[in-house]
Design a protein around this ligand. Structure first.
Ligand code: ARG
Length: 459
């Protein structure tokens, strides 16, 4: 039998394969609540503008609540023949209220309907991402505050570079996730316009009030161009782009947690709640959550690329290609929220090993730069010469298997006669980090100032 929504010009129903490739109900049912909210707003507006009667609008609005409760209660029967969530809801509404259901689709189309539903769905995800990032920021701030003056090695090339503080390292991630938060907020502000009432593409001849539906759905305003309203998916792409950058940050932190929790580093102990064991090796405590975060991030990058590919060749306005937007965004959103929550839990629970951090901070000639700076400051050597002298001293220490503070003064003087006992005062890691008082530097006082600034910002 032909389709009940457009059967008028069709003599035959679709082939089973046509139905299979065409249907989106298998996934777009996740937008049921948004679809019903959009339809309820549309019906109220149609009545307020005199396009349909108050009694029809009331029947539609109440009937839609019944449909929603069936969906939420798990008693709703989805039909693939009805293609998508929009037609499934409308068909069920017709079962419940009869003839007035057919008046709901006046002055709108599935094109503005799906654009509206999807915007509402993505907006909820932007809000969820906002909350998830804020929670992670708070966990990082708690770690930073607890160890604002704990020394650890700072790395470049994963080789010991200079001593830094644990608090400083945590606060580096606060800056990154803080920018992610602002990207999410920017995206939300930009996307919060209503496509509803753009109708199929050209607008409608009915005297609709798009400001009214926009306001009812929490949008700041209606989209200003009906063609753009039904063909724009940049709001989804902006979500995926912001999610991708945030995911990249999550993955870098995950990678550090994997390294830091190893027996070779012992910088952190992850909690039992966020670790797994091995079925064969009894000693194992594995950082699986960090590894899965690192891996899941690929889905988010993939979704971003996939939707870019879907959109890039489409002439205006709607093409069915655009139905492929949702699964990508759904999967990316699920992955991001889970990764944010898992990272927040891991960070909140983890215990930094202050002794292991301090021991590592002092090894690997981490204060060589402090020594070179001393030669510049006290002996007035050009930095390039100071670098060379220090390099010679590092090679000497390396040969002897000792650290820089263990080199006897006489040996230092054999490399540069001007070196005095005072040099030892800059070879300690505590001195090194305390001296890095430049704005944004690793000195505990600087780190505490940044923690205070962020706490105030987050409220
Ligand atoms: N299921 C469709 C989608 O997700 C809804 C819009 C259908 N519009 C159309 N003109 N066929 O994109």
């Amino acid at each position: 039998t032909s389709n009940q929504m457009w059967g008028g010009r069709f003599a035959a129903g679709p082939d089973a394969i046509m139905e299979a490739i065409n249907a989106s109900i298998g996934f777009d049912r996740r937008m049921a609540a948004q679809d019903i909210a959009g339809s309820r707003a549309h019906a109220a507006m149609l009545a307020a503008t005199g396009v349909i009667s108050d009694s029809d609008a009331q029947a539609i609005r109440e009937g839609l609540l019944t449909v929603l409760s069936e969906i939420e209660g798990g008693t709703f029967t989805y039909s693939t023949a009805l293609e998508d969530i929009h037609m499934n809801v409308e068909a069920r509404l017709k079962d419940i209220i009869g003839e007035p259901a057919g008046r709901l689709h006046t002055g709108r189309s599935r094109n503005d309907q799906v654009a509206t539903d999807f915007r509402l769905w993505v907006r909820d995800q932007l809000d969820a991402a906002d909350a998830g990032i804020v929670a992670l920021l708070r966990a990082l701030l708690a770690q930073a505050g607890a160890g604002a003056n704990w020394v650890m090695p700072g790395f470049t090339h994963l080789q010991t570079a200079q001593p830094v503080t644990w608090g400083h390292h945590m606060m580096a991630y606060v800056e990154m996730f803080g920018r992610d938060l602002s990207r999410v907020r920017d995206a939300r502000a930009r996307m919060n316009e209503s496509p509803l009432g753009a109708a199929a593409l050209a607008g409608t001849s009915f005297p609709i009030d798009r400001d009214m539906t926009a306001a009812a759905l929490g949008f700041d305003r209606p989209c200003a161009n009906s063609l753009d309203a039904v063909s724009d998916r940049d709001f989804a792409l902006e979500f995926l782009s912001a999610a991708s950058i945030c995911a990249m940050h999550l993955s870098r932190l995950a990678e550090e947690l994997v390294i830091w929790s190893s027996a070779q580093f012992r910088f952190v102990a992850l909690s039992d709640r966020f670790s797994t064991g091995s079925s064969i090796m009894p000693q194992k405590k594995n950082p699986d959550a960090a590894e899965l975060i690192r891996a899941k991030i690929g889905r988010i990058f993939g979704a971003n690329t996939a939707l870019m590919m879907v959109m890039k060749g489409l002439a205006l306005t709607y093409s069915k290609d655009m139905q492929e937007d949702k699964e990508q965004v759904f999967d990316a959103a699920d992955s991001l929220m889970l990764a944010l929550a898992a990272m927040e839990g891991m960070v909140r629970d983890m215990a930094a090993n202050r002794d292991a951090l301090a021991a590592a901070a002092g090894s690997g000639f981490s204060t060589a730069t402090d020594l070179a700076d001393w030669l510049v400051r006290v002996l007035n050597l050009p930095f390039r010469d100071a670098h060379h002298v220090t390099g010679t001293l590092v090679a000497m220490a390396e040969k002897r298997g000792c650290d820089l503070p263990d080199l006897p003064l006489a040996d230092m003087q054999s490399v540069h006669a001007g070196i005095t006992q005072d040099v030892y005062s800059v070879l300690g890691v505590e001195n090194s980090v305390n001296s890095r008082m430049s704005y944004g530097g690793t000195a505990p006082a600087q780190v505490r100032a940044q923690i205070a600034r962020w706490k105030e910002k987050l409220g």
